[in-house]
Design a protein around this ligand. Structure first.
Ligand code: NAD
Length: 238
């Protein structure tokens, strides 16, 4: 398998999806027929679900918190942290994942475009910033309140909501000369479009994962395999 050569003039934008955490034991959802940990995403991942059944939504994200806390970063997370250590501010990581395995591997220049399991925020969007919250709630009455009095919700971007930090993401993609996409099915938008934006700017685009994503034709190079197996030693930095 060839190496991915990173030149001194390159700026690297990395997009990761659920697949990079699969080898850490966290289930993806496309891989299991559109179910995420046994749930239809519309039952636990939409504003309507939060409105109609907040207890189920909180139960689901409490389980994800518990599972995420027990998982460990795998060699793919570590390979990206090592790459960042070499490239400094020529590296930017955008993850669709809500777990914190990238941080725990040592990544620093990263954003979570779909939110973070370890945070909660006001369900009425009163303007208070998200707060750190790793609690595993057993029932709805335990869930905390915002200072405005409304119940907290998970700091997660549900389907139908606008991803976070899109301005910063757009600026970083505009500057990137190499885009590396890892473990995402290419079915969730706008993330699935990032590769097209990068190509329009003339960047090289590499996909890493065991099967081609839906947007595979937009990549200049596909590295087939499990991220934790193929990523260590994959990058050659000039
Ligand atoms: P997805 O579940 O739609 O697709 C997973 C992709 O990972 C597939 O293309 C699969 O081929 C690939 N994959 C499986 N094992 C892999 C491995 N070992 N190495 C590399 N790739 C592997 O994932 P998505 O496109 O990220 O969309 C899922 C959405 O659900 C995201 O927006 C995310 O917020 C959320 N989600 C997050 C987590 C998490 O935080 N760990 C887990 C599940 C879902």
């Amino acid at each position: 398998m060839g190496k991915i050569n990173i030149k001194a003039s390159d700026r690297v934008f990395v997009l990761t999806g659920a697949g990079i955490s699969a080898e850490s034991g966290l289930p993806t959802f496309r891989a299991s027929d559109g179910l995420w940990a046994g749930h239809h995403v519309e039952d636990v991942c939409t504003p309507e679900a939060l409105e109609q059944n907040p207890e189920l939504v909180w139960q689901f994200y409490s389980e994800r918190r518990e599972q995420g806390a027990n998982a460990k970063p795998n060699p793919a997370h570590l390979a990206l942290a090592e790459l960042e250590a070499k490239l400094g501010d020529r590296f930017f990581l955008c993850t669709q994942n809500v777990d914190d395995l990238h941080e725990r591997a040592g990544s620093k220049r990263l954003i979570h475009m779909h939110g973070e399991l370890a945070k909660s925020r006001c369900s009425e969007e009163c303007g208070q910033p998200p707060i750190e919250d790793r609690r595993v709630y057993k029932n709805l009455s335990e869930v905390g309140r915002c200072s405005c009095g409304a119940r907290l919700r998970p700091h997660i971007v549900f389907f139908g909501e606008i991803p976070l930090d899109m301005g910063m993401i757009q600026r970083e993609i505009d500057q990137a000369t190499l885009m590396i996409v890892v473990g995402t099915s290419g079915s969730v938008y706008p993330a699935a479009n990032f590769v097209h934006w990068a190509r329009q700017n003339g960047a090289r685009t590499v996909y890493i994962g065991p099967e081609p994503p839906l947007n595979a034709s937009a990549f200049t190079n596909v590295v087939e395999g499990k991220a934790g197996e193929v990523m260590p030693g994959l990058f050659e930095v000039e």
